[in-house]
Design a protein around this ligand. Structure first.
Ligand SMILES: OC[C@@H]1[C@@H](O)[C@H](O)[C@@H](O)c2nc(CNc3ccccc3)cn21
Length: 446
């Protein structure tokens, strides 16, 4: 491993998402989201009783939370907007009080010299739009474009890095195919339609931004590099299917204007013939792509698994969410992106891990050695990719706070700052102290 080093202006930050930290989901005229419904439905929510009603109470603690971000030395903060706060019905009337929260957040970040990165959609679609078909309705592209325009006109200039969607793969696979996430559908025919409309919405939002915006916009995708378990042809084919389904299904249309051929084989009769115009809409010039990296997959041909591609467990450390710790996968995927799509600026928009964090020590400290080790290795992996010529511009640690891990509730703690959900006390863990040193020395401390 070469010596760890980063460009002088490397953007070190942390990431969160609205429904996972804000609480007060219906305050000040906000309309409910599909996650408000899903988290309150014990038939759907795996962690029954865990909802986003309070979460980290960030909606009421924003100013002190930004002060904590400053104390940690963050240069940037990636947050998401709850669409339903701004447009309670998803379209039409703007809720000024809801928009005002995000204006206050952005102004407070800027006052603390922290750059805001704003994600327009991090899974919490307004329930009123789900009642109209959600992402299954082709009108969803225009709903999203109208919402994006409201946000761009209110905040562009103060926000200079925009993200349209967070992880269309997870929204589609979790929300429409397997039902583990909101809105909880389980339908192989719905999944490609929702996925395609998400990407059309992405394209429309970028088009609107080119009309009214003056800064930068991108897409965030989760990438899990796939490695064949053996050099057999069957494992190679299974690995290609898995890679097409998770990784190339979104980057190929966004960057190349085409879908991977494997998707027709994977979905069969459930894969529609898409209009060529749609592919041109989806393929918009981007200023950057955000990569969310957590783990890799080792794949073998196995008919008992979807895609006839099953996982092969490795002799490695695994996180509380069952993900292999594999830093090399981050380097590999960054080099792969550059080789396949070209030299577009990249940000690591999420990287982190949930580990069982021991209870607070007598002195109040929260020691999280596994996360410290995980982060050091992944910082080095980013540095290795940069040394190989990949234009990585920044890193947003997932996550700033322990928070609502979607259907898994509050038991999976990803934060570098511990949250006592009974008292809302924030306590920086050892990993936060490490991160502060990494930021202060631009990685030289590693
Ligand atoms: O699971 C940790 C985070 C989550 O809290 C974020 O909101 C979300 O952006 C996020 N995406 C991934 C990527 N992987 C993934 C795979 C299967 C289901 C859900 C996420 C991890 N995470």
């Amino acid at each position: 491993m070469t010596r760890v080093s980063f460009p002088a202006d490397f953007l070190w930050g942390a990431a969160t998402a609205a429904y996972q930290i804000e609480g007060s989901p219906l305050a000040d005229g906000a309309g409910p989201s599909i996650w408000q419904r899903f988290s309150h439905d014990p038939r759907l929510m795996a962690a029954k009783g865990d909802t986003g009603d309070v979460a980290c109470d960030h909606y009421n603690r924003m100013e002190s939370d930004v002060a904590l971000m400053k104390a940690l030395g963050l240069k940037a903060y990636r947050f998401s907007v709850a669409w339903g706060r701004v447009l309670p019905q998803g379209t039409g009337r703007v809720n000024a009080a809801g928009l005002a929260f995000y204006e206050r957040l952005v102004d407070t970040l800027i006052a603390h010299d922290i750059e805001p990165l704003c994600t327009l959609f991090h899974w919490d679609m307004p329930a009123a739009l789900d009642d109209r078909g959600g992402w299954l309705n082709p009108d969803s592209a225009e709903w999203f474009a109208d919402y994006a325009r409201v946000m761009f006109q209110a905040l562009d200039g103060r926000v200079k890095k925009w993200v349209t969607l967070n992880e269309p793969w997870v929204v589609t696979d979790g929300g429409y195919l397997h039902g583990a996430l909101a809105p909880g559908h389980r339908n192989m025919f719905e999944a490609p339609i929702a996925s395609h409309n998400l990407m059309r919405a992405h394209g429309r939002a970028v088009q609107v931004y080119r009309e009214v915006g003056a800064h930068q916009i991108g897409l965030v995708v989760n990438i899990e590099p796939k490695y064949p378990a053996t050099d057999s042809a069957a494992d190679a084919a299974a690995t290609a299917r898995a890679d097409a389904y998770m990784n190339r299904q979104y980057l190929d249309p966004a960057m190349l204007g085409t879908y991977p051929d494997e998707l027709r084989e994977i979905f069969g009769e459930a894969w529609p013939e898409w209009p060529t115009d749609d592919m041109a809409l989806i393929r918009q010039r981007l200023d950057f792509v955000g990569i969310n990296y957590y783990t890799r997959n080792v794949v073998t041909a196995d008919a008992s698994w979807p895609l006839n591609a099953g996982p092969v467990r490795q002799d490695a450390t695994y996180t509380e969410t069952g993900w292999e710790v594999y830093p090399q996968g981050l380097t590999d995927l960054l080099v792969w992106f550059k080789d396949r799509y070209g030299d577009l600026p990249l940000y690591i928009t999420e990287n982190g891990a949930a580990f069982y964090d021991p209870p607070q020590a007598e002195d109040g400290a929260v020691h999280d050695p596994l996360r410290v080790s995980y982060l050091k290795k992944h910082f080095a992996a980013v540095s290795d990719a940069i040394a190989q010529g990949v234009d990585v511009r920044g890193y947003m640690l997932w996550s700033l706070f322990d928070n609502l891990e979607w259907s898994l509730g509050y038991s999976k703690r990803f934060g570098m700052v511990h949250v006592n959900f009974a008292t809302q006390e924030r306590t920086p863990k050892d990993s936060a102290k490490l991160y502060s040193q990494v930021i202060a020395t631009n990685g030289a401390v590693l």
